[in-house]
Design a protein around this ligand. Structure first.
Ligand SMILES: Nc1nc2c(ncn2[C@@H]2O[C@H](COP(=O)(O)OP(=O)(O)OP(=O)(O)O)[C@@H](O)[C@H]2O)c(=O)[nH]1
Ligand SMILES: [Mg+2]
Length: 313
C-alpha cells in the first residue's frame, strides 16, 4: 500500500466507497467529450456537473467522480439501489500536464479509492467521430489504454464516438455516409479489442434522455453489459483493471506497470520525432519535457542524446 499512499499525495480519490457501487471510468483524449457526456447525464437532474470547455486548452485536470441517479425506471430496476459512480478523467495529450502525470492521476484514483479493492462495472473510451485524423498519438493512446485495462478488462470496455449531432450538417457538406465511413475506419483501428468483447456506441451532445444518440441510453447499455458479466448467478462481478491490479496486488511501482511501459514507447517515438526537427527553442522545450518523463520512467537514454538535448539549455 506504500505505493498507493505515495500516489495519493498528488490526487483525489473516493472515500467511503461501497462494494455495491457501479464504478464507470470515462477515458479518452483531451477534448473528446468526456465531461460533456457526464454533464448530459447530470444536467437534467440539476446536479453540479463537470466543467466543459470549447477553448483550445484541455479542461479537466484532476480525476473527479460524480454520482448518477437514473430517472429511467428500467435502469433503476437494473441497478437495484446501487450507486452509479461516473469517473471523469483528464485526457492524454493534455495542454498543461504530461502524459505520465495524467497516468499517475488516473492510477491514484483507481488504486486509492475503495481501499484498492475497487471493481469497475464498465469503462467508456470516448473518441470524436469528427473532425480530425486518427493520428499516431491516438493509436498509442489506445495502446496505453488497452494495457491499463489488461486482458481481463477488455470485455468491459465501450468505445463511444461523440459528435453524432453534427452528422447531418457535415453530410450536407461532404456527402452522405461520411460519419458511418469514419466509424468503420475507427472500428478497424480498435478491431482487436472489439473482437475480444469490447463494444461500441454513438454519442451526441444532448441532455435529453430520449435523444437519438443519448448519453442515457449509452450508459444503460454499459451498465447492462457490466451486470451481465456475472461472477456467479445473481452476483455482480466487476473487474479490477490491470493498472490497479499491478499496483495494488503485484505491488509494482507505476513505471513498472504495463500501461507506463506502453507510455514509454510513445514518448520514445515523440522524442525521435522532435530530434529529427533540428535544434530550436520549441524543440528544446518539448524534448526537455519528454526527457523528464522518460527519466521518471527510468528509460536509459544514450548519454550522447541527452547531452545533445540538455547541453544547450
Ligand atoms: N457538437 C458536439 N460537441 C461536443 C460533443 N461532445 C463534446 N463536445 C464539445 O467538445 C468540447 C470539449 O468537450 P469536453 O467535454 O470538455 O471534453 P473532455 O473530453 O472532457 O476534455 P478534457 O477535459 O480536456 O480532457 C466542448 O466544446 C464540448 O461542447 C458532442 O457530442 N457534440
Ligand atoms: Mg473534461
Amino acid at each position: 500500500m506504500n505505493q498507493v499512499r505515495r500516489l495519493t499525495q498528488s490526487g483525489e480519490c473516493l472515500e467511503n466507497g461501497r462494494d455495491s457501487d457501479l464504478v464507470i471510468p470515462i477515458m479518452g483524449p483531451t477534448g473528446s467529450g468526456k465531461s460533456s457526456f457526464i454533464r448530459a447525464l447530470l444536467n437534467d437532474l440539476a446536479s453540479p456537473g463537470p466543467e466543459v470547455s470549447n477553448g483550445i486548452n484541455s479542461c479537466t485536470s484532476v480525476v473527479q467522480h460524480y454520482f448518477f441517479e437514473p430517472k429511467s425506471k428500467s435502469l433503476q430496476a437494473k441497478i437495484n439501489g446501487r450507486r452509479v459512480v461516473l469517473v471523469d478523467t483528464p485526457g492524454f495529450d493534455d495542454t498543461n500536464a504530461s502524459d505520465l502525470e495524467i497516468l499517475r492521476r488516473i492510477a491514484v484514483w483507481l488504486t486509492a479509492s475503495y481501499g484498492g479493492q475497487m471493481k469497475v462495472a464498465g469503462i467508456i473510451y470516448i473518441y470524436p467521430i469528427f473532425p480530425g485524423r486518427y493520428t499516431h498519438n491516438d493509436r498509442t493512446n489506445v495502446k496505453v489504454f488497452k494495457k491499463l485495462c489488461g486482458n481481463n478488462g477488455i470485455k468491459w470496455v465501450t468505445f463511444a464516438t461523440s459528435r453524432w449531432d453534427q452528422e447531418e450538417a457535415i453530410e450536407a457538406l461532404e456527402g452522405k455516409g461520411v460519419f458511418t465511413t469514419r466509424e468503420g475506419q475507427l472500428h478497424s483501428h480498435w478491431k482487436d479489442m472489439l473482437a475480444s468483447g469490447a463494444t461500441s456506441g454513438r454519442l451526441a451532445k444532448t441532455n435529453s434522455p430520449r435523444g437519438k444518440y443519448s448519453a442515457h441510453s449509452l450508459l444503460e447499455e454499459v451498465i447492462t453489459k457490466g451486470l451481465e458479466n456475472k461472477a456467479k448467478e445473481d452476483e455482480f462481478a466487476g473487474v479490477m483493471v490491470a493498472l490497479q491490479e499491478q499496483i495494488v496486488k503485484k505491488k509494482r511501482n507505476l513505471p513498472k506497470t504495463a500501461a507506463a511501459r506502453e507510455l514509454k514507447k510513445k514518448l520514445d517515438v515523440l522524442m525521435r520525432e522532435y530530434n529529427s526537427l533540428g535544434d530550436n527553442e520549441t524543440v528544446r522545450q518539448k524534448t526537455r519535457a519528454i526527457v523528464g518523463q522518460l527519466d521518471e520512467l527510468k528509460i536509459s537514454l544514450g548519454g550522447r542524446i541527452k547531452l545533445f538535448l540538455l547541453g544547450n539549455s
